[in-house]
Ligand binder design. Structure first.
Ligand code: CA
Ligand code: CA
Ligand code: CA
Ligand code: CA
Length: 356
């Protein structure tokens, strides 16, 4: 705040400073992690993105899939224990959608960008064994460096995946479909965000596609294959709501009747911005994940990927679970990991307890 205030005094003629002076940024409100995952396999900047699988009948058996962008995927339980590791390459971002029909059986389909061979890696999640099974061939992206990834399941039951190229802000979209026991991909769309973008999420109910341009805008596109370049800016870095580059992962907490909330990792300020899912996606507020002394879990900084579900996942997560990557896992020397936060606490601190 201090530096901005002086910048405003010095550059008093710049539009927006008057508003900044009259509306000082509110400090992000703290929430606390309930659990943290086992550290990822490799040192330095390695953990990145996550996806949550909700078990169809027993919420306690739900899973978190996390990327180690130097090595592959880890699958964690709700206590954060690593159950499975797939050393399949430099898997950067991951997402999941249910309802992928393989030989007549609906399975959860997982996809991840693989920077080792510039492809999309595909997996099915076996609900009985709770393990990931590789499916199909890696899908070539044609990108020099595939980076962000998110999935979309449209109302007709068609699965899609979006992938960005790291340097130029290009996105491509593929339709994913089963072919016998395997999965294949057909490219259907390409568009340009303008500059480097990684975090994205599709809203399966509304057909919106949200993209965080790391040093630029927070955008709303259409997720349908004919969505083209049409977009609406929800917010932007430096725009007055406290977004500081890079803005990173994006996730949706689905409430009832089209309501809910969108969470954006505000990496440059070690916080998260929350917007309403409905209407014009108005800004709600900022929160951060502090430490939990009683549980001996360190707080969270410099988050890359985020994932959230509104499904109740047992007594710790009655209104759902937020998973965030932690850029610095203490005690010092530990590899990076992911922290779990109860949505109920986030809703409480933001004054949203009776909403959604
Ligand atoms: Ca990034
Ligand atoms: Ca990242
Ligand atoms: Ca930390
Ligand atoms: Ca720790």
């Amino acid at each position: 705040m201090g530096i901005r205030y002086w910048q405003c005094l010095i550059f008093a003629a710049v539009a927006g400073c008057a508003q900044m002076n009259s509306l000082p940024e509110k400090a992000p409100l703290p929430v606390h992690p309930i659990a943290e995952t086992d550290p990822v396999a490799t040192p330095h900047d390695a953990a990145d993105d996550s996806a949550i699988w909700v078990h169809p009948t027993d919420p306690a058996k739900s899973l978190v899939i996390g990327t180690d962008k130097q090595r592959g995927l880890h699958v964690y339980d709700l206590d954060g224990r690593a159950l499975e590791t797939l050393p399949d390459g430099r898997l950067n971002n991951v997402d999941i959608r249910d309802g992928f029909l393989v030989n007549g059986r609906a399975m959860a389909l997982v996809s991840a960008t693989n920077r080792s061979n510039n492809s999309i890696a595909l997996y099915l999640l076996d609900p009985d064994s709770r393990r990931l099974v590789r499916v199909g061939n890696p899908v070539p992206t044609g990108f020099a460096d595939p980076y962000g990834l998110c999935m979309y399941l449209n109302p007709q039951g068609e699965h899609y995946v979006f992938v960005s190229n790291s340097d130029d802000g290009r996105f491509r979209q593929w339709r994913l479909r089963a072919d016998g026991a395997t999965a294949v991909a057909d490219r259907v769309r390409e568009f340009r965000v303008g500059s480097k973008a990684e975090g994205c999420v599709a809203d399966d109910e509304t057909g919106a596609l949200y993209i965080a341009e790391e040093g630029g805008g927070f955008w709303k596109y259409r997720a349908s294959a004919d969505g083209g370049n049409v977009r609406h800016q929800i917010d932007r870095v430096g725009g007055g709501n406290g977004l500081v580059a890079d803005i990173e992962g994006v996730a949706i907490w689905h409430g009832r009747k089209g309501r809910g909330f969108i969470v954006v990792s505000n990496q440059g300020a070690d916080s998260y911005a929350v917007y309403r899912r409905e209407g014009n996606n108005s800004f709600v507020g900022l929160f951060r994940v502090g430490d939990d002394v009683e549980r001996n879990i360190d707080g969270v900084s410099a988050t890359d990927g985020v994932a959230v579900t509104s499904q109740p996942l047992g007594p710790h997560y009655p209104d759902g679970l937020l998973v965030v990557q932690d850029g610095s896992n203490l005690p010092a020397g530990q590899h990076q990991n992911f922290k779990y936060v109860s949505w109920r606490e986030i809703a409480s601190v933001l004054g949203l307890a009776n909403e959604g």
